[in-house]
Design a protein around this ligand. Structure first.
Ligand SMILES: C[S@@+](CC[C@H](N)C(=O)[O-])C[C@H]1O[C@@H](n2cnc3c(N)ncnc32)[C@H](O)[C@@H]1O
Length: 227
């Protein structure tokens, strides 16, 4: 690693290496996300074929990887948290899924030849990197995708338009998904960025954004294509 490179293995904000956090993660998420419907939508947006090679970055408990594995050739599922990887792998074993390769790696540290994947998916993980390292991460994803390949990104991205940022944050905190305390920590300590920056980062990496859906003022789903 070069002296200027960011070490992505340090957890920022919520500590996803703690066993307690991993155990409660699915339960907490299910209070405000319909995870099964979300993963079904992601699978339909790729779309998956029996020969597809899929990369998921920041797999967490592996819910998407396990859903996709039944419909494609192979899923490579990355996370920087060993605890998350062990938990996700044990769930996959219980479900007899043998075509998921779990790896301890992330946006910046994973190594793969160019054009290795038909699709890359990442949910609620990119905001762990500052904008400069998001740019590096997106260039990596672009390189790992085959031409015509699809990148699906779900993340918290802010858009306060004419409003003062503080007022916008108060308002979205009142509609906080999960606990108010967790979301406040997300805003304070993690690196969710603004929509115009995220759009610029995706386009500068080479992607064409063909879907940007936001149902609640901060949770965006982008579908990006490598031309
Ligand atoms: C909020 S969880 C999201 C899990 C899952 N994708 C979901 O949508 O529910 C974020 C995950 O990203 C992982 N993560 C954080 N920084 C990462 C990085 N640089 N590369 C890969 N994964 C990372 C964390 O360890 C954690 O498991």
């Amino acid at each position: 690693m070069r002296e200027f490179e960011h070490c992505e293995f340090r957890q920022i904000g919520t500590d996803y290496s703690s066993t307690g956090e991993v155990a409660s993660y699915d339960r907490r998420m299910r209070r405000f996300r319909d995870i099964d419907a979300e993963n079904e939508l992601l699978c339909s947006l790729i779309p998956l074929r029996p020969e597809s090679e899929v990369l998921e970055i920041g797999t967490g408990t592996g819910a998407f990887a396990r859903r996709a594995a039944g419909r494609c050739r192979r899923v490579t599922a990355l996370d920087i948290s060993e605890t998350m990887i062990e938990y996700a792998a044990s769930r996959a074993r219980t479900e007899n899924l043998t075509n998921i390769a779990f790896r301890k790696a992330g946006f910046l540290s994973f190594q793969a030849p160019p054009e290795s994947f038909d699709a890359v998916v990442s949910g609620l993980a990119l905001h762990h990197l500052s904008d400069v390292w998001k740019a590096v991460a997106l260039r990596n994803i672009f390189r790992w995708l085959r031409p015509g390949g699809v990148f699906l990104l779900i993340d918290v991205v802010f858009d306060w338009r004419g409003e003062a940022p503080e007022e916008y944050f108060e308002r979205i905190l009142d509609a906080a998904p999960g606990s108010r305390e967790n979301f406040a920590r997300h805003i304070a300590d993690e690196f969710s960025t603004e929509t115009w920056i995220m759009n610029g980062l995706l386009e500068r990496a080479g992607f064409r954004i063909d879907l940007d859906r936001c149902d609640n003022e901060f949770l965006h789903l982008y579908r990006c294509v490598k031309p």
